[in-house]
Ligand binder design. Structure first.
Ligand SMILES: *Cc1c(COP(=O)(O)O)cnc(C)c1O
Length: 425
């Protein structure tokens, strides 16, 4: 196969591509194994719960007696190794989904402690960490504190135990993905250790995991290793690139019931919520998710190997164990970062003609540049990248619906950098 039948990539760069691919072989075999395992897990959940043509027909109005919705939520619970789940297109984003879960469980004067340092940007406003924002948990009198990560970016188990023993919080909160930080993502093994530590010193604490970007990256999910509640976005991993919007919460039955009261209204809960015409897309997306996540992880591993061989610092390293689909590449210069995003955008199936430029995004201190040419607006299970224009000029990239096209996007990013003199060959 020669990519130059379709795109212009320098022959010297193609030599790096060949070597990167060669070095990824073992890792790719491992990723295929995990994808197959998770695919069969999802398939058996479909079979066990009797998914059929009629489950796709949507409801309108209040959405009473929507069998398709009820079965989808049972399928999702099984996929997450949980007792129960909510899965709705009406969650507007991952942040909204996490918010419903947090407000479903926490009450005034309760304490929530984040075990993994400062949480993802959009969640800080939900807790009301920096200021008591209108409608935040802090505004309702829920107390927040966090245990900072160690210098190497891993959770500080000793400190966690010390603080939880003392405070006995209502909730211990864990973020699985690195988000836009350079700390490593949490593997399931680490999540299990954290859950054990919490149970040891504060057994009644509810353990909630922000599962965004982590679903189907490993063979197990957080509820299978001790977490009580997880939540995530359907325009990331579990939507398989097909769900047009939405989110899910999975976990212990009594906790899901509480979340349902917040999702709609007290006393009404999960019994309502018209699915309109979206059930089929949510089923199809979930069914495709293990494979698509495998493609995205392959893309991340390949990009890590390619850019490492080109002399850039990468995290995770190509062979490192991963807990999410995110790859960080340190490009070292503003020109390099912008060229990277422009090259990647030029290989997108949608909006390939758009030339990304840095812009002052509301809420960010430095201009941000991003590449996103997706079928679903903002879907980061599709190949996308972004980064702030400040030292060390790192790009965070993720997604890829299929490895072949995503690999072309990564190569085009490198090619553009080469053309702009940001890569010397
Ligand atoms: C994406 C993400 C969220 C939610 O973000 P939305 O953009 O609101 O969907 C929360 N936490 C983490 C770690 C994420 O990656």
């Amino acid at each position: 196969m020669n990519i130059n039948n379709f795109f212009k990539i320098d022959e010297k760069l193609m030599e790096f591509d060949r070597r990167a691919l060669e070095s990824c072989k073992e890792k790719f075999a491992e990723i295929d194994d995990i994808a197959e395992f998770n695919q069969l897990k999802v398939l058996s959940a479909f079979i066990k719960n009797g998914v059929s043509e009629v489950t796709f027909s949507g409801s309108t109005g209040y959405g009473y007696d929507d069998r398709g919705r009820e079965i989808l939520e049972r399928v999702m619970a099984d996929c997450m190794g949980a007792e129960d789940a909510l899965m709705r297109h009406s969650f507007v984003s991952g942040t909204h989904t996490l918010t419903v879960a947090l407000f479903g469980i926490l009450r005034p004067n309760d304490t929530v402690i984040c075990l993994t340092g400062r949480p993802y940007d959009t969640i800080t406003g939900v807790f009301g960490i920096d200021e008591v924002t209108d409608g935040s948990l802090a505004d309702f009198g829920v107390k927040y504190s966090q245990v900072d990560l160690k210098a190497d970016g891993t959770p500080d188990i000793d400190e966690i135990k010390r603080i939880l023993k003392e405070k006995q919080p209502k909730m211990a909160y864990i973020q699985r993905s690195r988000g836009y930080s350079t700390r490593p993502s949490l593997t399931i093994e680490v999540i299990e250790k954290l859950c054990k530590a919490v149970r040891e010193v504060s057994p009644q604490s509810i353990i909630m995991v922000d599962n965004c970007y982590g679903e189907f990256v490993e063979r197990q999910e957080p509820c299978e290793v001790g977490a009580d509640l997880v939540a995530g976005s359907l325009i990331k991993n579990p939507g398989g690139g097909i769900a047009p919007t939405g989110g899910y919460i999975a976990g212990k039955k009594e906790l899901i019931e509480k979340c349902a009261m917040r999702l709609t209204c007290p006393g009404v809960g999960r019994e309502v919520g018209a699915t309109l015409g979206h059930s089929r897309e949510l089923y199809m997306g979930l069914f495709s998710a293990p494979h698509v996540v495998g493609e995205a992880v392959k893309t991340a591993v390949y990009a890590s190997a390619l850019f490492k061989s080109l002399g850039f610092a990468v995290t995770p390293e190509p062979t490192e164990k991963r807990g999410d689909i995110i790859q960080c590449v340190t490009l070292g210069s503003a020109e390099g970062l912008v060229a990277f995003c422009q090259g990647m955008q030029s290989g997108a199936p949608v909006d390939s003609f758009v030339v990304p430029e840095p812009w002052d995004m509301p809420g960010y201190t430095d201009p941000v540049v991003m590449a996103a040419g997706a079928f679903t607006l903002g879907a980061s299970i599709e190949l996308s990248a972004d980064g702030p224009l400040r030292e060390p000029y790192a790009a965070w990239m993720q997604g890829g619906l299929n490895f072949h096209s995503a690999k072309a996007g990564v190569l085009l990013a490198a090619q553009k950098m080469y053309e702009k003199g940001a890569i010397k060959l």
